[in-house]
Every structure is written in C-alpha cells, then in structure tokens.
Design a protein around this ligand. Structure first.
Ligand SMILES: C[S@@+](CC[C@H](N)C(=O)[O-])C[C@H]1O[C@@H](n2cnc3c(N)ncnc32)[C@H](O)[C@@H]1O
Length: 350
C-alpha cells in the first residue's frame, strides 16, 4: 500500500499560476489529443502524496502539460525530476518551472511510448528486486488512450524486470478513467473483474487511491478519473512468461458471460479440443461452470501452470490461434456458400 507522503518539503519561488501559464503561452487544450488539465493544487498535491515519501527521490513525470502536478512533485522536495512531454507547446512553460528549481529538472520533448526508460535514472539507484523499491517513482496524468496501453507495456516490463524496472520495483502513480481503475483493482466475483485485473494484480499490488471528479479538469472530460498506485510484487502470483499468462487470461475472458470452459476451449485446436479442455480444467482443479469473473488468482495460476506443461509437451500448442482458425473457417464458409457467417464472438474488452 502506498504510504501517503508529505508535500511542500521545498518551496518554489513565486511563479505565475498554472492557469496564467496556460494563458501566457496560449496552451489551449487540444480535445482531439484528450488534453484535460488538473489545475487545482490541492488535488495535484493529493495525487502526488499517493506516491509516498518523495523527499530526495528521483521522479519521472509523464505528460506534465502545463505543469500543475509538476509543481506538487517539486514541492515534495525531490532530488531530480525528469519530465517527458510530447507536445512542444508545453516546453517553454516547463522551462520556467525548471528555472525556478535549478539543477533539479530535466525536460525531454518526446513520446513516453518510445522513450528508453532504462537510461532514465543514475545507475547507483538500482536495487535488487527482493529489496525495498528504489527511490524512483513514475507519476502521470496521461490521456486514457495512452495510459491503458502504457500500463500493459509496463506490466510486461515488470514481468521481465526491464524498462523502468531495471532499477528494481519502481513504483507508479497514474491516472485512469474510473472504470479502467475499477477493472485494474477488481476482486473475484466483482462486476469489473476482467483481463486487466489479472494482468495487473498477478504482478503488482494495485491500489485505487481516490477519484477525481471530471469537473476538476479543464476542460471537463465526460468521465471521472481515478488515481491508481502500483508497487511490483517481489514474487509474481503467476510465475509464467507474460505472453503465456496473457494468452490464458484472454482466452478465459473471451466469453465473459458464459461458463469459463467456453473461453478455455479456445486455447486448443478443434481436433481434441474437448478432451484437452477437460484435461486442463481437471488438472488445474477449476470448476468449468464458474464464470470468468469468479475465478480466483490461484485458479488462474493453476490454469497457466497446467497450460505451460501442455505446451512443453506439444511445442505447436502455444502458437495455436483460435481467432485465426475462426477467420479461416469463416472465409472458407463464405467461399462455399457466399452467405454471411454467424457472429460467434463476444465483445472482448481489456
Ligand atoms: C491529460 S493531459 C494532462 C496534463 C497534466 N499532466 C495535468 O494533469 O494537467 C496529458 C498530457 O500528456 C501529454 N502526452 C500525451 N501523450 C503523450 C506521450 N505519448 N508521451 C508524453 N506525453 C504525452 C499531453 O501532451 C498532455 O500534456
């Protein structure tokens, strides 16, 4: 659990308000880029407190924009702050902040999706995975279209201990659309239990910290926003490669309203499908009539471990792709009958 730290360990010299910076540099939010700014410093302070103690820490803020959260991070007394911002219009305002905190801020005009985080911090900060997390934090309020793919990528980095996790169990405090945060943190049986719940919780302790109502942003988005804190676990709850876990979890949730065996079947080619599904479910000790959302983490672990054994015994199994088989069958069906194929798949949200 994140230990809320103190903010205001360092006093910035008087600066124009964030709203004034927006006016000064004509930083109109670009709706098509989902830019929604958080200008209320009480809220930015509260968000930054969720990261824990930041005094003398090394922080990377992704998508600082006009710099509201940036000010709160600097006020927390950090040692170094790396800012990665894609939109060049924000760089002059960020430079103004950097001048107010000499020697502390490094500004990168770049895209977090391509930035090499393995060189972002000094080597001496590296910790062993089993040790306490390093004094490195990632904080960000990014557009939702970026934050969801980014967290999936960072979860894969956690499982491989690379990217930002080359330094150890780097903690992250990020915002998401409220419903995505609910999926990230959902327990078994919960309405929002989904692929994202298993993929995040098997690798990290995930805490839904607080909700920021949409009205707090300028301009106001149509949804509420939640702040989520991630601390990578010393031992993942499922000790299998990320891609294997992803495949099993995606298959289970393929038909999220049906019994779980319906999705699990899709792990196997049509010939022998029933027999192998039964074998997997029996060995993993999973009741085939549970709904995907009812499965516990240990049941997912059993499924992944058993599926891994089956893949080791049949090297062609892992590359089997149900959707591809379905697509080829549909195409053949169309060629033969020239009729519309039946729709067999359900919506498969992350
Ligand atoms: C929702 S706005 C939030 C701005 C600021 N953090 C705040 O809370 O007021 C998202 C910011 O992320 C930036 N951004 C979007 N995609 C990015 C990417 N791939 N890499 C870095 N920054 C990005 C946008 O330019 C914008 O400044």
């Amino acid at each position: 659990m994140a230990v809320p730290g103190k903010v205001a360990a360092f006093r910035l010299p008087p600066l124009p308000k964030v709203g004034e910076i927006i006016k000064l540099f004509r930083l109109k939010a670009q709706k098509q880029l989902s830019q929604n700014f958080l200008l209320d410093l009480r809220l930015t302070d509260k968000l930054v407190r969720q990261a824990g103690e930041l005094k003398n820490a090394y922080v990377c803020e992704v998508g600082p924009g006009p710099g509201g959260i940036t000010r709160s991070i600097l006020s927390a007394g950090v040692e170094q702050l790396l800012l990665i911002e894609k939109d060049i219009r924000f760089i002059p305002g960020l430079k103004m902040l950097s001048e107010a905190a000499p020697g502390k801020v490094r500004i990168v005009h770049g895209d977090i999706l391509t930035y090499n985080m393995e060189k972002a911090f000094p080597n001496h900060l590296k910790k062993n995975w089993e040790d306490e997390p390093p004094d490195i934090h990632i904080i960000g309020n990014l557009p939702f279209s970026v934050s969801t793919p980014l967290i999936i990528r960072w979860l894969e980095n956690v499982s491989k201990k690379d990217g930002p996790f080359i330094y150890g169990r780097t903690q992250m405090t990020l915002t998401f659309q409220k419903e995505v945060a609910e999926r990230l943190t959902a327990n078994p049986g919960g309405k929002q239990r989904s692929r994202l719940s298993i993929m995040s919780q098997h690798l990290c302790s995930v805490e839904n910290c607080f909700i920021i109502p949409g009205q707090a942003f300028v301009p106001q988005p149509e949804v509420d926003v939640a702040v989520v804190h991630f601390t990578p676990l010393v031992q993942p709850k499922i000790q299998q490669p990320f891609k294997l876990v992803e495949k099993v979890v995606r298959s289970v949730f393929q038909f999220r309203r049906k019994y779980c065996f319906r999705g699990i079947e899709t792990l196997f080619p049509e010939s022998g499908r029933l027999k192998r599904t039964e074998q997997l479910m029996m060995t993993a000790n999973v009741d085939p009539t549970l709904r995907p959302s009812q499965l516990s983490m240990s049941q997912f672990r059993n499924l992944c471990n058993t599926y891994r054994k089956m893949c080791d015994e049949d090297p062609g199994l892992f590359v089997y792709n149900y959707r591809e088989e379905l697509r080829l069958k549909k195409r053949a069906h169309l060629l033969i009958s020239n009729s519309q194929p039946e729709e067999t798949e359900e919506e498969n949200q992350f």
